[in-house]
Design a protein around this ligand. Structure first.
Ligand code: ADP
Ligand code: ADP
Ligand code: ADP
Length: 213
């Protein structure tokens, strides 16, 4: 299976990804995670991406398309993949189609995490992450057993630098202007499934399972 998860920041893509990934043995490719790792390691790619990320703007299409092109070649991705946070512009979607087309492949399903903007600030400002595993917590909705500490490893949790109310505003603006057209692009191909992403995590998981069954 070749799946795309699309939704605004905080809509629950990163929370549902590990569940879908394990259930269907797919690889999980999250461009945001890859870019943050590059920023932290201060690689040339990270240096180029950092300014836009800090402001809540999108990184250039060429940079992210390059990352995805490379990542999809991994052996673990040959059975299928979940793209989380990519494509975020129509240009990225067209490039992705080109890449897949070369292998005679195409996207099977686009899961649209539909949700009202008003809910997202509370989700984003309460988010805590275990960087090395990508495990995500929320101070109110899914708190770790010990505040600030990962349940599994006991390692410290972090908050993302861009998870503030102010940067969220720019990220939402980018989502509506640049990413919503991607949903229409795939609607025209008849592969979009709309989810009720405002529901509790378990109910969203059931909706995903129904769509993929
Ligand atoms: P995204 O990857 O789409 O940006 P996340 O999956 O990281 O979003 O979720 C954002 C925050 O909201 C996290 O702190 C997460 O624990 C919490 N969260 C995720 N899904 C739900 C949900 N269905 N209901 C309530 N909180 C949720
Ligand atoms: P979110 O929690 O908002 O869904 P991500 O972790 O997916 O956030 O992305 C964080 C930041 O990384 C974005 O605000 C953007 O600057 C950059 N980014 C991630 N994926 C892409 C992409 N496909 N195209 C352009 N920029 C991206
Ligand atoms: P700066 O020096 O500008 O604070 P960092 O190198 O600390 O930049 O990293 C940028 C941001 O990304 C920080 O908020 C950091 O905590 C966060 N971060 C780094 N790696 C990850 C990851 N794998 N998942 C989520 N956030 C991460």
């Amino acid at each position: 299976r070749r799946l795309i998860l699309i939704g605004p920041p905080g809509s629950g893509k990163g929370t549902q990804s590990p569940i879908i990934k394990d259930e269907y043995c797919l690889c999980h490719l999250a461009t945001g995670d890859m870019l943050r790792a590059a920023v932290a390691a201060k690689t040339p790619l990270g240096v180029k991406a950092k300014e836009a990320m800090d402001k809540g703007e999108l990184v250039s299409d060429d940079l992210v398309v390059g990352i995805i092109d490379e990542a999809m070649k991994k052996p673990s991705c040959q059975k299928g993949f979940i793209l989380d946070g990519f494509p975020r512009t129509v240009v990225q979607a067209q490039k992705l189609d080109e890449m897949l087309g070369k292998q005679g492949a195409k996207i099977d399903k686009v899961l649209n995490f539909a949700i009202d903007d008003a809910i997202l600030e509370e989700r984003i400002t309460g988010r805590w992450i275990h960087p090395s595993s990508g495990r995500t917590y929320h101070t109110k909705f899914s708190p770790p057993k010990v505040p600030g500490v990962d349940d599994v490893t006991g390692e410290p949790l972090i908050q993302r630098k861009d998870d503030t109310a102010a940067v969220l505003k720019s990220r939402l603006e980018a989502f509506h202007k640049q990413t919503e057209p991607v949903i229409d692009y795939y609607k025209n191909k008849g592969v979009v499934a709309d989810l009720h992403a405002e529901k509790p995590p378990k109910e969203v998981t059931s909706e995903v399972q129904k769509v993929l069954s």
